[in-house]
Design a protein around this ligand. Structure first.
Ligand code: C2E
Ligand code: CA
Ligand code: CA
Length: 780
């Protein structure tokens, strides 16, 4: 963004400039009336001096990108002022031949200097933000002037306007004309190419320069042949003065906001091209119609050479830009395109008519290689893999390195079968053994495949799909995975749910519902007495209804909310257990503890806290910990469970038999109960092997002094069989599904009534009971 110049102080002193213009007008009239040559030039010198001073004073007020331009325009005005002053001296002081020879020369020199200054100003504006102007730009300017000169001289020669006797009047006109034309053309090119089309100042300057060129053209013939020619000089003096004042006054015009680009090399290149064309044109014309002045082709040839120097410079610059562009787009380690270059290519391929497929490849456990063998070895692995992938692709796709151990391949064909085949081949290439420092390493890759055929793939969707598929592949242990929209949607919904859970747990925000505990009775197998309740958590979600643990327990574990959840479950469960105790029911309440909870540093403190808060004796709380959780870090598990048991809290080994546990540790654990996994209970009556395992487990449990509880008891046959085999306790749908606290109360009261009636409480065969269905009474 260009800095906007402060508006109030930016106005040029209009009064001062008007006074200067008036002074010139008065002196010009005086010169015409009195015939004293040099008066106008003197006035012009003063006016141009004022213009220069105004311009220089205003430089700091300009927008940053314009300051260089205006500084140089200020220099140009000063040069014009000096030239006019010398011109006035020539007229007022010198007489005769000396005056005739000198007349016009100072102004010509000053004009050329002024034009050069203005040219430098344009260059500095044009090059703002890129680089300083290069010497080649100047060679170019000189070449342009020479070519224009050659053109002018050729036209003069052709129109048989030959020499003008003594003095430099005609030569002055031609030189100034050439300089003005070059400056005018440069201005127009900067205006058009540099995005200044809506800047009125650019057009005022170009128009002024062209008008002055016209003045020079018109007045040149008048100077021909005249030994002393004061009259024709007058318009020239006036026009240069006027230009200076106009330049100084144009500060009053507010520049539009700069939107266009800075054309830099483009402008000078266009100018060089114009110069070369002009020079070549003159040479061709001269060849067809040779004139008397040999100077013409010489000037043209030198001018063309100048233009060519600039062209070579441009080519050099372009080559440099191309090479830096390439450097910015390749991966330094492997030499293949980098992420940035790849994203551009993917965009291009994806939006093409045929469409594209994208593979994202991530090496598995590459970090291990780095950690174990060092980064140098890691680099070797990356280069080796990159080479292999490229070899295997053999031109069917474009390989890029996304950084780290991630690669991508884009194929200009959306066909999924083909993309998957390529992915499989690339995976094989990765899996081949690699030798580093004398050792053989085998790597695996997870590859995600996506295609534009999946639908709207704008805004980088293709890459997101491929990434998602790659992560899915990684989670499932590596290999190739094609993007699955449904799975992605599910995953996103899960993430959203996990987030709601986290917010609900940390803020108690009721908009996300709350946790509820359902209780499932545990019965003594011998007399059917209710001896415990397992607390099972549910999430009463405002939109999705009552969510079972499968819907959120894993999410809570993955997102670190598990302990917060367990704290609430423990608090609710112990309060409920205390209530039952207060009612005189001898029930223990069991709560499930997950792996992260067992390893949580605040677990013991939390247990103490909830027990104290609820006023519950520790033996009325049981924690259920699965075999898998206990085996996660057996040493730690033994230590923590000892601390739990030391408090008097019961410990039950949940899902026993479903996992893999070591008998050694089992012996060390201070558990009071083994909870036989549901899968054994379910097959107990139908499968002899299962029956044998259960029987063996019972023996083992009793031998170790542990109680056995069977979960998932759904029918009377199983219940009866368990009782016969000597199982201690049972829990399952046969007795009741898990139910909310009030339903559990009702269920318990009902049992009280039945027990009071002296009945042995056993359900009807084969009937699976809901929570509030009455349980059938069988006569003893
Ligand atoms: P679990 O600890 O094995 O809990 C028993 C699960 O088996 C419960 O499922 C219960 O409804 C179900 N079940 C009970 N009897 C029968 C039956 O006769 N047949 C069949 N097919 N299923 C029966 P629920 O409530 O869906 O809980 C599932 C799992 O979620 C629990 O398995 C437990 O691992 C976990 N969970 C529940 N609440 C909590 C909690 O507060 N903390 C932790 N960490 N995990 C919990
Ligand atoms: Ca359990
Ligand atoms: Ca269980």
């Amino acid at each position: 963004m260009p800095a906007t110049p402060p508006p109030s102080r930016d106005r040029p002193p209009a009064l001062l400039l008007s006074a200067a213009a008036a002074l010139v007008a008065v002196l010009a009239t005086a010169e015409l009336v009195t015939d004293v040559a040099g008066l106008t030039a003197a006035g012009g010198a003063v006016a141009a001096g004022i213009g220069g001073a105004v311009l220089r004073r205003q430089v700091p007020l300009r927008a940053v990108e314009e300051r260089g331009l205006w500084r140089w325009v200020g220099h140009a005005a000063v040069a014009v002022a000096v030239g006019l002053a010398l011109e006035a001296l020539v007229d007022l002081v010198l007489r005769g031949d000396a005056a005739a020879w000198a007349r016009g020369a100072p102004l010509t020199v000053a004009a050329v200097v002024a034009v050069l200054c203005a040219y430098q100003g344009l260059l500095s504006w044009n090059r703002f933000r890129t680089s300083a102007s290069h010497p080649a730009d100047w060679v170019n300017a000189a070449g342009s002037v020479l070519c224009t000169l050659a053109l002018g001289a050729y036209l003069l020669d052709a129109s048989s306007l030959v020499t003008d006797g003594p003095g430099w009047a005609v030569e002055g006109h031609v030189v100034r004309l050439a300089a003005l034309v070059v400056l005018a053309v440069t201005t127009v090119v900067v205006t058009v190419v540099g995005g200044l089309l809506d800047d009125p100042r650019a057009w005022v300057l170009a128009a002024g320069l062209l008008a002055m060129s016209a003045v020079e053209v018109v007045t040149a013939p008048l100077a021909t042949g005249a030994a002393v020619a004061p009259a024709p000089v007058l318009p020239v003096v006036l026009s240069w003065t006027a230009l200076t004042l106009v330049a100084a006054g144009s500060g009053a015009v507010r520049p539009p906001i700069l939107r266009g680009h800075f054309a830099s090399s483009q402008v000078v290149t266009v100018c060089a091209l114009l110069a070369i064309l002009t020079g070549v044109g003159v040479l061709v014309a001269y060849a067809l119609h040779p004139g008397d002045w040999l100077l013409v082709p010489v000037l043209a040839a030198v001018g063309v050479l100048g233009g060519c120097v600039r062209m070579f410079r441009t080519i050099h610059e372009l080559a440099f830009v191309a090479s830096t562009r390439k450097e910015a787009r390749t991966d330094p380690l492997t030499g293949v395109p980098n992420r940035r270059a790849m994203l551009e290519t993917v965009d291009r391929f994806a939006t093409s008519r045929t469409g594209a497929a994208l593979l994202v490849i991530d090496l598995d456990r590459f970090k291990d290689v780095n950690d174990r063998y060092g980064h140098a070895a890691g680099d070797v692995v990356i280069t080796t893999i990159s080479g292999r992938l490229q070899h295997r692709l053999a031109g069917t796709g474009l390989l890029a390195r996304f950084g780290g151990d991630e690669f991508a391949v884009v194929i200009d064909d959306p066909d999924l079968a083909r993309a998957s085949a390529v992915a499989a081949a690339l995976r094989e290439a990765v899996r081949e053994p690699i030798e580093i420092t004398g050792r053989v390493v085998r790597l695996e890759a997870s590859i995600g495949v996506a295609s534009t055929a999946f639908g709207d793939h704008r805004d980088g969707e293709l890459l997101r799909w491929a990434d998602t598929a790659m992560y899915a592949a990684k989670r499932s242990g590596g290999g190739v995975r094609v993007y699955d929209e449904d799975a992605d949607a599910r995953e996103r919904a899960e993430l959203a749910l996990a987030d709601e859970l986290r917010v609900m747990l940390t803020t108690d925000d009721e908009r996300f519902g709350g946790l509820e505990l359902h209780y499932q009775p545990q019965l003594d197998c011998t007399d059917g007495a209710v001896v415990g309740m397992e607390a099972l958590v549910r999430w009463a979600h405002p939109e999705r209804g009552l969510l079972p643990p499968v819907a959120f327990i894993d999410l809570a574990e993955q997102t670190g909310s598990m302990f917060a959840l367990t704290e609430r479950v423990l608090a609710q469960a112990t309060r409920q257990a205390a209530r039952w105790q207060a009612e005189g029911r001898d029930l223990a309440v069991a709560v499930n503890l997950s792996t992260s909870c067992l390893e949580h540093p605040r677990l013991l403190a939390t247990l103490d806290h909830v027990l104290a808060d609820a006023g519950l004796r520790p033996e009325h709380l049981v924690v259920e910990i699965t075999e898998t959780t206990l085996m996660h870090d057996p040493r730690h598990a033994v230590a923590v469970t000892r601390d739990i048991a030391d408090r008097g809290i019961g410990l039950s080994i949940d899902d026993y038999g479903a996992g893999y546990s070591s008998l050694t540790y089992l012996n060390e654990l201070p558990a009071g109960e083994l909870k036989l996994d549901r899968s054994f209970t379910a097959r107990l009556t139908s499968d002899d092997r299962t029956r044998a395992i259960v029987s063996g487990t019972l023996d083992l449990a009793h031998h170790l002094g542990l109680r056995l509880i069977a979960e998932g008891v759904e029918d009377t046959a199983t219940s009866e069989e368990l009782r016969r085999m000597g199982c201690d306790r049972a829990q399952g749908f046969l007795h009741s599904r898990p139910m909310p606290a009030d339903a559990a109360d009702a269920w318990l009261r009902e049992r009280d009534v039945l027990t009071a009636a002296g009945a042995r409480v056993l359900p009807a065969p084969g009937v699976v009971r809901g929570p509030v269905l009455p349980t059938q009474v069988t006569a003893p």
